[in-house]
Design a protein around this ligand. Structure first.
Ligand code: GLV
Ligand code: MN
Ligand code: MN
Length: 422
């Protein structure tokens, strides 16, 4: 079946993907940064979770929340071999409207389309919303799927703190969850036959292909880690402190930031970014007493990520010694290179593309819950064309027609996977 062509109308009683996105367009807007700030375990995320639960219930799905705060909406009875689809509703600070919500909206729209076509799943089918995928509040990305799969321990998770010093355990309690129940959820995972996540593409690979196809299937995700660097010097007066008396941690921090670009010079497929830097106390006329910054590093191979981080750490260490500052470096998260299930990948690409013309199969540098679950269950991803490639920013965009093509593609995939075939 070919499901990605433009212009297929959705029938009566079926919501469009963009219509669903429109319903949450005003939730969590960030007036200062632009875009959205929708963080895990916050009232804004709570509002989005309530919206999802209501949408699912309106469709007759049974909504439950698992021990780690992920939402499940079952079409029919829960059970083993289930076909799951979904994504997340949280965002980075000042993020776009599509990263996460597009996959959730497409999942709801796909249910409508399947129903309208008279489809009844023969395998259990559920929609899934993961919590705190971006790590925008507690620092560790894909928190819900990491906890579920056991790749993040419950004790370590409960101790995570946000920028205001609130622990994840406290935030979870505030959000009505019991953090004592956090942890690897083998019972939930045992139900999963496969998971398919639809997502806006976070680059321009699709848009650059001839014919700019609206939908692709994912092949792989870069290995990815986050490190916290702390440089400690001496807080002092900006106007009176002579150069010889300065121990300014901002200098080695700056040297490390510059080293991120140098480290990529000989590694075209690697990525290294410092997107967050916090001087303490943070006064214009104050030499900082310390500077914290976070390094996000990615590459096709795990070893390459570590080589990049080592090179940047060495630059920070040298510059810290020169300035008389101390450096500590702590890894906050790591995820190995992900290769999506090859059988599922090829099947979906072939089925969505039609005879002899599979849809494109593309790698990505962005992390996803599907990538975390890939270590435990067969997973696949569908990407929807992003005409500018911009993501994690207010300008993130996908054309409405492409969003609907994504919804139809997801419906076709669910029909194939849950319809009783192998
Ligand atoms: C999440 O989108 C990430 O890649 O950091
Ligand atoms: Mn993201
Ligand atoms: Mn995402």
């Amino acid at each position: 079946m070919t499901a990605t062509g433009p212009g297929t109308a959705t029938g009566p009683g079926t919501a469009s993907v963009t219509g669903l996105l429109g319903e949450i367009a005003d939730v969590g807007r960030d007036a200062r940064r632009g875009g959205y700030s929708r963080h895990g375990f916050s009232p804004v995320e709570g509002e989005l979770r309530t919206w999802f639960a209501e949408q699912a219930q309106r469709r007759g799905l049974d909504v439950t929340t698992d021990r780690n705060g992920n939402q499940w909406a079952w079409w029919g009875r829960p059970g083993r071999g289930a076909v799951l689809t979904g994504s997340h509703l949280d965002s980075v600070p000042g993020g776009g409207a599509f990263d996460g919500p597009l996959g959730v909206a497409a999942a709801l729209a796909a249910v409508d389309q399947l129903r309208a076509g008279g489809f009844t799943p023969r395998r259990p089918l559920a929609l899934l919303v993961f919590t705190e995928e971006e790590g925008g509040r507690f620092g560790v990305p894909c928190l819900g799927s990491r906890l579920m799969s056991g790749s993040l321990g419950a004790d370590a998770a409960r101790r995570l703190t946000d920028r205001d010093g609130v622990t994840l355990a406290e935030a979870a309690l505030d959000a009505g969850l019991d953090p004592a129940r956090f942890g690897r959820d083998d019972a939930a995972l045992a139900q999963v036959g496969c998971f398919v996540e639809l997502h806006v593409e976070q680059g321009r690979l699709l848009d650059r292909l001839p014919g700019t196809p609206p939908v692709a299937v994912a092949s792989s995700i870069l290995a990815h880690g986050r490190w916290r660097f702390t440089l400690t010097g001496t807080g002092n007066h900006a106007g009176t402190t002579e150069v010889a008396d300065r121990r300014d941690p901002m200098l080695p921090a700056a040297a490390a930031v510059l080293a991120t670009r140098r480290a990529l010079g000989s590694r075209p497929e690697a990525r290294a970014t410092v997107g967050r830097l916090e001087p303490t106390p943070g006064g214009t006329n104050v030499i900082a007493s310390s500077v914290d910054f976070w390094l996000d590093a990615r590459a096709p191979a795990d070893a390459e990520v570590h080589a990049v981080v080592e090179e940047i750490t060495e630059a920070a260490r040298e510059a810290a010694a020169e300035e008389g500052c101390e450096l500590t470096v702590r890894q906050e998260s790591f995820g190995d290179t992900v290769l999506f299930d090859p059988g599922l990948r090829d099947r979906l690409a072939a089925e969505l593309g039609g005879p002899g013309a599979p849809v494109p199969v593309l790698p990505t540098g962005a992390g996803h819950d599907a990538g975390i679950l890939a270590a435990r269950v067969p997973t696949a991803m569908l990407f929807v064309r992003n005409p500018t490639g911009i993501s994690h920013a207010p300008a993130e965009h996908a054309e409405p027609a492409d969003c609907e093509a994504g919804g139809r593609a997801l419906a076709a995939v669910l029909e194939s996977l849950a319809g009783g075939g192998s």
